[in-house]
Design a protein around this ligand. Structure first.
Ligand code: FES
Length: 100
C-alpha cells in the first residue's frame, strides 16, 4: 500500500522477496538500489502489525541498514529481506512516502 492509500495487490511465487514481487508488478515507491543485497535500505516498508509475527525478525545486517534509513518504526523492514512463502499469503506492507 502506497503512502497515499493507493493499494496494489500482487501475485508472487514462493521464494522471491516482497521487494522483487513489488518491483516486478510495477508497484511504485520501492527503489531497491542495491538489487536486494541488503546494502541500500531503499526498499524500506512498514509491515502491517497483524503480519509482523509471520514475517520473522530482522537480521543484524538488516538492522544495520535500517539505521541509515529515515522514519524507522518498530514495524520497519527491508522488503528484500522478506521471502515469500505460503504463510505470507495476503501480507500487507505499507510503503513510506520517500526512500532515503
Ligand atoms: Fe537494497 Fe533492500 S534492495 S537493501
Amino acid at each position: 500500500m502506497e503512502h497515499d492509500g493507493t493499494s496494489h495487490e500482487v501475485e508472487a511465487e514462493d521464494g522471491i522477496s516482497i521487494m522483487e514481487a513489488a518491483k516486478s508488478n510495477g508497484v511504485p515507491g520501492i527503489d531497491a538500489d542495491c538489487g536486494g543485497a541488503c546494502a541500500c535500505a531503499t526498499c524500506h516498508v512498514y509491515i502491517d502489525p497483524l503480519w509482523l509475527p509471520k514475517t520473522g525478525s530482522r537480521s543484524q545486517m538488516e538492522e544495520d541498514m535500517l539505521d541509515i534509513a529515515e522514519g524507522i518504526e518498530a514495524n520497519s523492514r527491508l522488503a528484500c529481506q522478506i521471502r515469500i512463502d505460503g504463510t505470507l499469503d495476503g501480507l500487507v506492507a505499507h510503503i513510506p512516502e520517500n526512500q532515503y
